[in-house]
Ligand binder design. Structure first.
Ligand code: ADP
Length: 225
């Protein structure tokens, strides 16, 4: 199951990726996460990457492609993987084609206002980092953390206007990639307005029927979180 996962903020990419990762024991590979880890470890690569990210620039294709190539050659990728945040340019998409055969690109999406509604209800405890959602997982008492009583805050990123901007930027960047996979006829469009609890089993069924998901679960009873 070699998958590219595409989707705007608020679509539920993290929840889907984490479910398939746990149930089928395949890695969720996010280039953003790899880069942050390299920077935190202060490796040679991390120091090079940091210069671009700090300036708000994309990391050059040659570097990203080499990092992904290395990662995909690790033994834990043999049964499959979920790529997230890569490819981000057409050059990366073409390079990926040379590295391995992708079985499907999944475009997981929700309309912009659904994304705004979901993300703008997200609050976080600044002390312990616990995340709440005022609609789906509200704190027991008004806007304070259940664990330590600290007043909850909303990240700047999760304010409605900022979410709309992030959503638009997502498509400015990734629409060419979505089109690339559509032309290759391996794009699966999946609307997650139904929510992950309903959507995940639906998508899983589609992937099995299309013979994209052929591996047996390593943990059959994973819950959707
Ligand atoms: P965001 O795209 O929201 O900034 P990410 O976690 O995907 O967050 O990535 C963090 C940063 O790492 C990006 O802003 C970019 O500079 C760099 N990056 C991640 N993936 C790629 C990629 N595929 N190509 C180029 N740069 C990337």
């Amino acid at each position: 199951m070699r998958i590219v996962l595409l989707g705007p903020p608020g679509a539920g990419k993290g929840t889907y990726a984490s479910y398939f990762k746990k149930k089928y024991c395949i890695p969720h590979i996010s280039t953003g996460d790899i880069f942050r880890a390299e920077i935190a470890k202060n490796t040679e690569l991390g120091r090079r990457i940091k210069e671009y990210i700090e300036k708000g620039l994309l990391v050059p294709d040659e570097i990203v492609i080499e990092v992904v190539k290395q990662r995909l050659s690790q033994p834990d990728c043999e049964k499959g993987f979920i790529l997230d945040g890569f490819p981000r340019t057409i050059a990366q998409a073409k390079a990926l084609d040379k590295i391995t055969k992708i079985d499907a690109a999944i475009h997981l999406y929700v309309p912009m206002e659904v994304a705004v509604d979901r993300l703008s209800n997200r609050y976080i405890c600044p002390k312990c980092g616990r995340i709440y959602n005022l609609k789906f997982m509200p704190p027991k008492n008004d806007l304070v953390c259940d664990d330590d009583g600290t007043p909850l805050i909303r990240r700047k990123d999760d304010e409605p206007e900022v979410i709309r901007k992030r959503y638009e930027i997502y498509y400015q960047t990734f629409q060419p990639i979505i089109d690339f996979y559509k032309e290759k006829d391996i794009l699966i469009e999946f609307d997650n307005t139904v929510g992950s609890e309903v959507g995940i089993p639906m998508l899983e069924k589609i992937l099995i029927e299309k013979n994209i998901l052929k591996i047996e679960p390593c943990n059959p009873s994973v819950s959707i979180q």
